[in-house]
Design a protein around this ligand. Structure first.
Ligand code: FMN
Length: 203
């Protein structure tokens, strides 16, 4: 059983709908740690040793956050800047993240259709998350395309939100149990665009 770390970065949790639902469902999963970055570091004074130890103790590192300005809330950038040290995360002596899985779980206000070349936002989620893919590559991690919940601004119906929440739990369970076809998943636009096709048969 693989161990999952969720680095949760939401600066306004009390007003959240989507992330609140996604993070709540993780309670039921054994072998998973939620690390609430804004709760732990309200002043952005990140404890690098603690964060590195957490990463070392887990096999799958997920950053769950709302999409902010086509990117992440600020604390995730701070986390990357401080925690991914040369000689620990990368460089000739930096191998601590090697082989671990990197995944972003993103909620976005705009609809998925807008994140297409012909759409309002023009660029795809895969393109906009390229710096994180490059970061994962530098650290010799296995990058997966983001798990995305879109269209939050139009107001998700309760059954739509429940479906995304169920899919998130399914994704986490499959990752934990090594049931995701990583090669196939790596070719998807988003991890959950066709979730059943990337989960190995029998689950
Ligand atoms: C500062 C800020 C920047 C945002 N930038 C984007 C963006 O670039 N693209 C987008 O689709 N939504 C954007 N949004 C909308 C959020 O992604 C959306 O409110 C959030 O995913 C809802 O999730 P929640 O219910 O968990 O809060 C932004 C919201 C805020 C407050």
């Amino acid at each position: 059983m693989k161990k999952i770390l969720i680095n949760y970065a939401h600066p306004a949790k009390s007003r959240s709908t989507v992330n609140r639902s996604l993070i709540k469902t993780t309670n039921s999963l054994e072998g998973l740690t939620v690390n609430d970055l804004y709760a732990n570091y309200p002043d952005f004074l990140i404890d690098v040793e603690r964060e590195q130890a957490l990463c070392e103790a887990h096999d799958i590192i997920i950053f769950q956050h709302p999409f902010y300005w086509y990117s992440t809330p600020a604390i995730m950038k701070e986390w990357l800047d401080l925690v991914l040290e040369h000689g620990w995360a990368y460089g000739s002596k930096g191998h601590q993240l090697e082989g671990k899985i990197f995944l972003q779980a993103i909620s976005s206000g705009a609809d998925a259709e807008t994140y297409q070349p012909s759409g309002y936002n023009e660029f795809t989620y895969a393109e906009l998350t390229t710096p994180y893919r490059a970061t994962a590559k530098l650290c010799n991690m296995t990058w997966l395309p983001p798990f995305v919940v879109s269209g939050v601004h139009r107001g998700l119906a309760q059954d739509e939100l429940q479906k995304h929440t169920d899919d998130y739990l399914k994704t986490l369970t499959a990752l934990r149990d090594d049931q995701i076809d990583l090669v196939l998943a790596g070719q998807q636009e988003t991890l959950n665009s066709d979730l059943n096709s990337v989960i190995k048969a029998g689950m």
